[in-house]
Design a protein around this ligand. Structure first.
Ligand code: SF4
Ligand code: SF4
Length: 115
């Protein structure tokens, strides 16, 4: 296994990967039921169990154990960053859904109060 030190994966902390765990059978068990990982703090977009996160979430470990013979670290980073970019931002979408749901309820309450 590759043991040399690698530069850090340039993660921007967007949390999109953690909000799309339904897209892989390996990460699906982490879903809280809507494709968002149950360990994700959606307010901060941070993993609540980062130091103890599953092996599948450890990008450098995955590279060393499964991909180092196929790709250089730079190639692996580039492939993953492209995936990152193309993931939908379901945290923002969920916030909008929530806000929209609250607005709908407020509108309904207002309609009821106006009667
Ligand atoms: S989608 Fe990519 S950039 Fe965003 S948190 Fe996950 S690994 Fe980092
Ligand atoms: S365990 Fe943490 S790093 Fe892994 S998908 Fe869930 S929130 Fe993301």
């Amino acid at each position: 296994m590759l043991t040399e030190k690698l530069k850090p994966f340039p993660c921007n902390g967007c949390g999109k990967c953690c909000a799309n765990v339904h897209l892989s059978e390996i990460t699906l068990p982490l879903s809280r039921g809507d494709g968002i990982c149950r360990h994700l703090d959606t307010a901060t977009r941070r993993c609540k169990i980062y130091d103890n996160r599953p092996e599948i979430c450890q990008v450098e470990r995955q590279y060393r154990e499964n991909y180092a013979e196929q790709f250089s670290w730079d190639e692996f980073i580039a492939i993953n960053l492209e995936i990152c970019e193309n993931l939908p931002d379901r945290i923002a979408a969920n916030s909008l859904d929530l806000a929209s749901g609250i607005s709908d309820q407020l509108l309904k309450d207002e309609e009821i109060n106006a009667r």
